[in-house]
Each structure stands twice: as C-alpha cells, then as structure tokens.
Design a protein around this ligand. Structure first.
Ligand SMILES: NC(=O)c1ccc[n+]([C@@H]2O[C@H](COP(=O)([O-])OP(=O)(O)OC[C@H]3O[C@@H](n4cnc5c(N)ncnc54)[C@H](OP(=O)(O)O)[C@@H]3O)[C@@H](O)[C@H]2O)c1
Length: 332
C-alpha cells in the first residue's frame, strides 16, 4: 500500500516531500524537479515556510507541460499562526492558493493550536518586534476550526522511533483520523533553525542508533529508510525533508522491502516517550489538523480524548483542540 485513505474516501500518498527550511529558490526548484521525476506526488508546505511561491512555480511548469495532472498531486499547506481568526482564514487560504498557483489544496492544516496576533511577514521579521507581544493568548480555536472544518481526518504530528506517542495514535485511530509524521527521521536540520533564533538544540541520534544500523545493514537500506519504514508499515504517512537529490530519492524507496515483526518490535522498543527537544515550548508547532475549504457542519470531538497524555507535554495538556473536516463537496 502506498497511500492511506481518509474517512471521506480521499487518499494521501504515504510518502511526501517535506519543505520546511527549503527557502533557497534554486535548491528547492531542483529538489522539486528531482522529487517529481522520482515519483513524489505529496508535497508538504506552509505559509509559514515562505516557500509556497517557489513550489507554485515548479508545479505550474509541470502541470502546463502535461507531464503531470493536478489530480495526481496531493498538496498540503497550512494556516499560519497569525491567521488564527475566522476572518483571516479565507484571506490566508486565498494567499496560499495564489502562491501555489492552484485552485484547490488537498489538505489545509491549522499550523498551530495557539495563534499569533495578526502581523505581516515584514513585521514578524522585524528584530525590534517584542517577542512577548506575538502570542495571542485569546486565540479562539473553536471559532477558527468551526470556520474551517467539519470532522477530523488527519493529524500531522512530530513522530519518530524515539517519540512514538502510542496514546495519541490510539485516540486518532478511534476517531478514524489518519496520521502524518513530521520529523520522521528526527529532524537533524532543526539545530540550524534553533541556532538562528539563538537557542541550542542537541540533535537526536536516531540515525546512529545501533539497532537501526543493524536492521539497515540486514536490508541493505539506509538508517533513514528503516526508521521511516517503521512508520509507513503502521500506515503512518511520512514527509521527510530533503533538498539533497540522492537522499530524497532514497527516502521515497520505502516499498521495496518489509520489516519483520521482530524488527518492528525492536524498533518499538526504542521509544523514549518524549520529544527529544528541550525547547518544546512552541505548542503551535505540535498540532496540525486537517481542515478544509468550506464548512458544512461541525462535528465535535471529545476534548479530553485529544489531550496529550505525556507529562513532557505539560504545556499542551491545557490546549484544547477540536477539529472537523469538510465533506467531499468541497473538493473539485
Ligand atoms: N506541522 C508542523 O508543525 C511541522 C513541523 C515541522 C516539520 N513539518 C513538516 O515535516 C517535514 C519534515 O520534518 P523536518 O524537516 O523537521 O525533519 P526530517 O524530515 O526528519 O529531517 C530533515 C533533515 O534530515 C536531512 N535528511 C533528509 N533525508 C535524509 C537521509 N536519508 N539521511 C540523512 N539525513 C537526511 C535533511 O537534510 P538534507 O536536505 O540535506 O537531506 C534535513 O536536514 C518538514 O520539512 C515540514 O514539511 C511540519
């Protein structure tokens, strides 16, 4: 199986290309061309990543050339934290559509459960902006999600072998919510991001784990392929970011081998039960929920079912989130 199906019948490819930190136009264009050539059809971006326009240019070229059809693509983007207000939802959605040169988005996610006050990108980039003035503690999640969604179909969360979140997965399964794992190989590039905002980050060493290396050797695969196969084999989609042409091709090759039940157990045993990131005080990056273009009716889900049950996530325990999804009719 190379895709997973939402409750409404729509399918999402199990492997997508992540694009966070991909902002160099030449590098990203080259990576996207290579990814589309290699067979990637699922691309994950966000208004917040500031690369939608680059992606839009490449997609238009591919679509205009007839080498690919729109319906073969699965494009994901996200409502930015500064758009967490009902009146800003259509504005940011339109902006993403314009940037991506598309007339619909396959999956529109709330990027964060906690919003920012409204700022333009230039204001957010202004070093004189007081960091204490950014977060909007009065973010009305319910009204935003009511505007956007109807019933949950997908939850994009940080997930990898060191951080397996079994309780959250169980809850999502119960509600028929599919999962996309971000940072599926442990986000080795996150160090660079934290350094740009003046924070230290101790990278996790998942790809150097002896058990992972041993299994990789057995299958003649890379450690990254093994840790992602571990997720994909559980029907969890992965969106590894790479602008390295060899790595991005390798990352797509997850369907030519199977992990044995014993290997799956060995990898399950690697769970450390915590996000290996000491700066996990950015709750708005943790929870993204599938949303849609039009509202039909809101189906409420039990808040307590969605609470993070991991004490390392104390800050999210009080973050209620509920979600919904649109019906098929909002798809063209
Ligand atoms: N919803 C959210 O709040 C949220 C948050 C974070 C991320 N995301 C999405 O999830 C995507 C993936 O997360 P991520 O970028 O943080 O982490 P990731 O995909 O786990 O790791 C990406 C990093 O690993 C390197 N890499 C890629 N393939 C590799 C391989 N085969 N072997 C060794 N290193 C490899 C990449 O460098 P090279 O480019 O040099 O290969 C990059 O530095 C993001 O790009 C973004 O689209 C969503």
């Amino acid at each position: 199986m190379t895709s997973i199906r939402f409750f409404n019948g729509h399918s999402m490819p199990l492997v997508g290309l992540g694009t966070w930190q991909s902002t160099n136009p030449e590098e990203l264009e080259q990576a996207l061309d290579a990814a589309l050539e290699a067979g990637y059809r699922h691309i994950d971006t966000a208004n917040f990543y500031r690369n939608e326009k680059i992606i839009g240019t490449v997609l238009k070229r591919w679509l205009d050339s007839g080498k690919i059809k729109r319906k073969e693509l699965f494009i994901v983007t996200k409502l930015p934290p500064q758009g967490m207000r009902t009146e800003h939802v259509p504005h940011f959605l339109q902006l993403s559509l314009q940037n991506l040169q598309l007339d619909y988005i396959d999956l529109y996610l709330v990027h964060s459960p906690l919003g920012f006050h409204y700022f333009t990108d230039a204001q957010l980039d202004d070093p004189k902006l007081d960091p204490n003035s950014i977060l909007d503690m009065k973010t009305d999640l319910e009204s935003v999600w009511t505007t956007m969604e109807e019933q949950p179909a997908n939850h994009q969360i940080e997930l990898h072998a060191y951080f397996q979140r079994p309780e959250l997965l169980k809850t999502c399964k119960k509600h028929n919510i599919t999962i996309v794992a971000y940072a599926p190989i442990g986000s080795p590039g996150r160090k660079e991001f934290y350094e740009t905002i003046g924070l230290n980050f101790k990278p996790i060493t998942l790809l150097e784990n002896p058990r992972v290396l041993e299994i990789a050797l057995k299958h003649s695969k890379t450690p990254a392929q093994i840790v992602m196969k571990f997720l994909v084999q559980q029907d969890i989609a992965v969106i590894p970011k790479s602008t390295n042409l060899d790595r991005l091709r390798q990352n797509l090759d997850l369907f030519s081998f199977e992990l044995t039940p014993e290997e799956m157990l060995q990898l399950t045993a690697l769970d450390q039960g915590m996000r290996p990131d000491e700066h996990s005080t950015l709750p708005y990056f943790h929870q993204t929920l599938r949303t849609t273009l039009k509202v039909k009716k809101l189906t409420r889900t039990k808040l307590q079912d969605f609470e993070e049950r991991n004490s390392n996530f104390g800050f999210t325990n009080n973050t209620p989130y509920r979600t919904s999804i649109n019906s098929d009719t909002s798809y063209p």
